[in-house]
Write a protein that binds this ligand. Structure first.
Ligand SMILES: [Fe+2]
Length: 244
């Protein structure tokens, strides 16, 4: 039973279909997932009871929803890389190509396009750097933690100390990526192409909208499910080895 005191990230972790409701109302479920429904609604002047009732409808109508929170940390880390990291890697060049084409044809009449381009470039740099750190350092460590816990194996100390340290850095980077995506959302008037938009212009806005939806789910899976699982695994491991 969902209540307004529940954290948004936890509600979406229970059923990812509820993300659509939060997204449609402009309530942040990924970087802002630690806020309760009531807190987030207060900031945006929305009635929390309305949100609870909308989210509850989704809850009862999607019995077969994927429950990411039940997946083990190593499986979830692989899913994020194979699904979300590869989506980012594959879609960037297409979006850049369409951006260049649209700026060429409509840049003078639509100066917002140059700003969208600037923000997308910063977002790309931020994400590529960030995902490389996760794939090379944090995710392999989380996978090791999961295996060690399941098989009661001792682990050597990580160079970064507690897993909470890289997690904090990754969460800060998610906030920055979310901010840049939010700028693009504003500049595109939430991906509404202008009346004079050509076909490529419309495709570009649809691609950016999809990129945002994917990014929100991607950050949500890490901030609200994978990272808490990793912190919990580390806590359990510390408990086992402090009592041996
Ligand atoms: Fe990430």
């Amino acid at each position: 039973m969902i209540q307004k005191e529940n954290r948004i990230g936890e509600v979406v972790a229970q059923n990812f279909h509820t993300a659509k409701v939060f997204e449609s109302l402009g309530l942040d479920f990924c970087c802002g997932g630690k806020k309760s429904i009531a807190e987030a609604c207060k900031e945006r002047g929305i009635d929390p009871e309305f949100v609870v009732s909308e989210v509850s409808k989704v809850e009862t109508s999607n019995g077969a929803a994927a429950h990411f929170e039940k997946w083990e940390a190593d499986f979830l880390a692989d899913y994020i890389v194979n699904n979300h990291h590869s989506y980012v890697n594959n879609s960037i060049s297409t979006i850049e190509h369409h951006l260049a084409k649209v700026i060429d044809a409509h840049g003078l009449k639509h100066p917002e396009l140059a700003k969208i381009d600037e923000n997308f470039f910063l977002l790309k740099e931020e994400l590529l750097n960030h995902m490389a750190k996760e794939e090379k350092m944090l995710f392999p460590y989380i996978k090791k933690l999961n295996i060690a816990y399941k098989n009661t194996l001792e682990m050597s100390a990580a160079p970064f100390g507690s897993v909470l340290n890289p997690i904090k850095v990754m969460e800060d980077e998610h906030t920055e990526a979310g901010r840049l995506m939010g700028e693009i959302n504003k500049l595109t008037n939430t991906y509404s192409p202008p009346a004079d938009a050509c076909g490529t212009f419309k495709v570009l806005y649809a691609e950016l909208k999809e990129f945002e939806q994917d990014l929100h789910m991607h950050i949500h899976l890490e901030n609200n499910i994978l990272f808490p699982k990793a912190a919990e695994l580390e806590k359990k491991m510390n408990k086992i080895y402090s009592t041996l």
